[in-house]
Design a protein around this ligand. Sequence first.
Ligand SMILES: Cc1ncc(COP(=O)(O)O)c(CN[C@@H](CN)CCC(=O)O)c1O
Length: 425
Amino acid sequence: MNRNETLFDRAKAHIPGGVNSPVRAFGSVGGTPRFVSRAQGAYFWDADDKRYIDYIGSWGPAILGHARKEVIDAVKAAADFGLSFGAPTEGEITIAEEICKLVPSIEQVRLVSSGTEATMSAIRLARGFTGRDAIVKFEGCYHGHSDSLLVKAGSGLLTFGNPSSAGVPADFTRHTLVLEYNNVEQLETTFAEIGDSIACVILEPIAGNMNLIKPSAEFLAALRGLTEKHGALLIYDEVMTGFRVALSCAQGLHGIKPDLTTLGKVVGGGMPLAAFGGRADVMGKIAPLGPVYQAGTLSGNPLAVAAGLATLKLVQEPGFYETLSARTAKLAEGLAAAAREAGVAMCTDSVGGMFGVYFSESVPTGYAAVTASDRERFNRFFHAMLAEGVYLAPSAYEAGFVSIAHSEDDIALTIAAARRALARV
Ligand SMILES: Cc1ncc(COP(=O)(O)O)c(CN[C@@H](CN)CCC(=O)O)c1O
């Protein structure tokens, strides 16, 4: 056995499934997870000291590449002054000011420690602000694992959701309606029927948890118009897209002003920091100002704030997103060209530093199309690329991520590896 296999066996003795987050177990693609021993820039090395070009980047946070010196130094410096105080610090003010400057729809922001906390809190706030219980999400969008969001679509259009996880009482999901992403007509019908009882609609404004799926302009316009008309709040879950697709986030690309936004991943630079924020009148309902309770021992943790501030400073460097987007597009186009040359039905898409690889004839526009793609062929491609030293997301239903540390050479090496891999799948 190699060291990854030995470590996986050892991990399973005391950690359920051997991992601290399910997707890491390679359950969807099979095989043995790679245990990271160290990482630097675009690369990580596994327990057998094999190098991989990393296209997960911690599922989005590592937009600067791993172990970026300025971020590491900021965390080290902060650590010398203490790790956590349970009392306010100036750094929390500074990062709140930076987030509000970069995301104009956010007038007030509360820091938390994970995307799940951010979306759970934003939904509770929307319910508290509107006095309504019903919420709307979309099939294929993931917003973390709070009970009211672990829901699969009900049988009919206006039938509320059923739990998608054991341990979630049906009662906890009976206020959650699950609709189809990009389905404008269904959205219009739903709001016509029950719009005045909907507290909020939450969506990934560019989906990344059913692979990369882009919204149509009509869908975005309908979301904003209908929520406004019926007094429901529009929550943009930008945990993945925030500062990933553009400095102004997905909402800046769309020219849409949501009522609330959730952030995570990039905003914490790889440390446990996430946030929810938006309209001041809505945020004014959150404790200690208002009746909606929310709290956290490690919220606004000084080391996480230091990593986030260092990251937000560096992504504002001139040309950062132009370079990142161009590199990511070059990768996506190169992979698609390699598939055409190999006669393999694989296509790609990208936006900012995110990309999607689909084993289908055309780029999917929603969940049903993604699930119709050739997952088995993706799994073979995943392992062929792993053997080539390229680490893609271990699931056909996840997006990939490029960092500013991925060089033109890394992109060229990846495309060359794909040519060899596609000949074998
Ligand atoms: C749009 C969006 N919203 C919320 C979350 C939950 O964030 P966390 O609780 O994992 O920090 C996520 C988490 N994303 C997954 C990647 N598909 C995290 C990886 C994992 O679960 O291990 C997200 O993508």
